[in-house]
Design a protein around this ligand. Structure first.
Ligand SMILES: [Zn+2]
Ligand SMILES: [Zn+2]
Length: 498
């Protein structure tokens, strides 16, 4: 977009070229304008409440606001809206102000009809949202805050386990303060319930709350539970393709990716599965979290398997932490057993399964229990499935991230229509199925980190009626990750008093 700049009453004004009639001004791409200061707030200006609601606490492009350019410009001139640069030039290259990306190879340029430049630079890192380029301003709301209603009520009437209670109390105490807190809860501890009382306190204090998670599945699973617990609260979920976005909810449930849209919005940020891919790997996602919270916000992290970095911060007393070492049902975590299965790779190449694994498969079929069989790569998934099918009569299927039938297969597995499900690590989190055993085929493979193994093992024994599921690591030589995973689980059980 091209803008013109001029002085009005000694103040520098900028405006989109299409709104300026005086042709003496030379329009330039937005990024080439001189430094823009916010205009003084004109309190007698009647602002558009819809714009306030959509833009409050966010950073959005003109295209994301379905309002006439003129309306937005009036809000700028009266000090209610600010134009910020979308992509800026830095000493070494470029920086995207929406996602924080600074990697040279993640910028490109195109011939832009809006600013008439042949080389309008844009950010490729957040291109899945509307394109942000040097010439597209990011708009923010600098007028009065949205007032949220205050009759929030927690309608959840369940009881917390002793471990949950301790973590919940600790969280409640911190609400209203700034800083960080890690809740390190074993798989199956019931971390959602731990959040309820703290969220209630925050809402009643008028604070804006966000629950962010790296995965869309989790948003979809969490949203109805949170909505049921807080029926009087306006709650909106954000994920790729979600529709509810225009409402200024006091409680937001979002994928970490969608946080790019927010700016200085939240007083309480809860990051679920803080260790999960891709959040832990992607610096720009961490930038999204930092950018979306207020400076005095409280950040609460939830994890069953915190990263090495986080654990170190905990031991150095730099990160306050409360542990829930025991599952909701009060039984210990099943400890994995290691089963040597020889050169499983070579055997597979010859079209054979390791004898130890085969023996287990046969006994599993007789037990009529379900099992998740994790394999290290998608390339062997069909082969392993076919070979298993050759030995058993029950229904065996496979699932991986790109599988179009993924949801359907997981649902059938849950219902018991599929007894043995061969899967990649995509099912390492989130899925809860009773009467389940967990097997890791090729557990020594480098793709299986300590935390991945702990998460996979954590699928077993989650229900009270079946708390002692079996976890087996089939391997060709114990890896450090395997040993550490077992140590991790034992340690948690010891902390829980077993
Ligand atoms: Zn970007
Ligand atoms: Zn352009």
């Amino acid at each position: 977009m091209r803008f013109v700049s001029y002085f009005l009453n000694d103040r520098l004004i900028v405006a989109p070229e299409t709104l300026v009639e005086n042709l003496d001004f030379t329009p330039v791409p937005f990024g080439e304008l001189p430094q823009i200061e916010p205009q003084l707030l004109n309190s007698s200006f009647k602002y558009d409440e819809k714009l306030q609601q959509v833009l409050y606490g966010k950073m959005l492009l003109f295209d994301e606001l379905q309002l006439p350019l003129k309306t937005i410009q009036e809000h700028f001139e009266n000090g209610f809206v600010m134009y910020n640069q979308g992509v800026i030039k830095t000493k070494y290259g470029w920086q995207c102000k929406r996602c924080g990306n600074e990697k040279y190879h993640l910028f490109a340029s195109f011939s832009c009809f809006r600013c008439k430049s042949e080389n309008c630079v844009y950010c490729r890192n957040c291109i899945m949202m509307v394109r942000v380029s040097v010439c597209s301003p990011l708009l923010s709301w600098i007028g009065p805050d949205v007032k949220h209603k205050s009759d929030h009520q927690l309608m959840w009437r369940g009881e917390l386990s002793a471990g949950q209670q301790i973590a919940s109390d600790c969280f409640v105490e911190q609400v209203g303060n700034s800083g960080e807190l890690l809740i390190w809860a074993v798989c199956g501890a019931g971390k959602t319930e731990v959040l309820f009382h703290g969220i209630e306190k925050a809402l009643k204090m008028g604070l804006r709350v966000c629950i962010a998670t790296p995965r869309t599945d989790v948003v979809l699973e969490l949203a109805p539970r949170i909505k049921e617990a807080f029926p009087n609260t306006l709650i909106v979920s954000y994920y790729g393709g979600s529709k509810e976005r225009e409402t200024p909810a006091q409680l937001v449930i979002s994928t970490t990716h969608q946080l790019y849209r927010f700016k200085q919005a939240f007083n309480l940020m809860i990051v679920d599965e803080v260790d999960a891919f891709p959040y832990s790997y992607d610096k720009t996602l961490q930038h999204a979290v930092s950018g979306s919270v207020r400076n005095d916000a409280l950040r609460l992290y939830l994890s069953a398997t915190p990263s090495g970095k986080m654990k170190k911060q905990v031991t150095q007393n730099k990160l306050p932490c409360v542990k829930i070492p025991i599952r909701f049902h009060g039984f210990p975590l099943p400890e994995p057993k290691m089963v040597w299965s020889g050169e499983w790779k070579k055997r597979l190449e010859r079209g054979k399964l390791p004898p130890a694994f085969l023996k287990w498969i046969k006994s599993q079929v007789v037990s009529e229990r379900r099992a998740m069989i994790f394999v290290p790569s998608v390339s062997i998934i069909e082969k392993v499935t076919e070979l298993i099918r050759g030995h058993v009569e029950v229904i065996v299927d496979f699932v991986h991230a790109e599988d179009p039938l993924r949801k359907d297969k997981v649902a059938r597995f849950r219902q018991g229509d599929i007894q043995l499900l061969v899967t990649t690590t995509i099912l390492e989190r989130g899925v809860t199925v009773p009467f389940l055993d967990v097997v890791i085929f090729g557990a020594d493979h480098e793709v299986f980190s300590e935390s991945a193994l702990v998460q996979m093992a954590g699928r077993a024994g989650r229900s009270k009626d079946d708390h002692n599921g079996q976890v087996l690591f089939f391997h060709y030589g114990k890896s450090l990750s395997m040993l550490n995973a077992i140590k991790h689980i034992r340690h948690m059980n010891e902390e829980a008093g077993f």
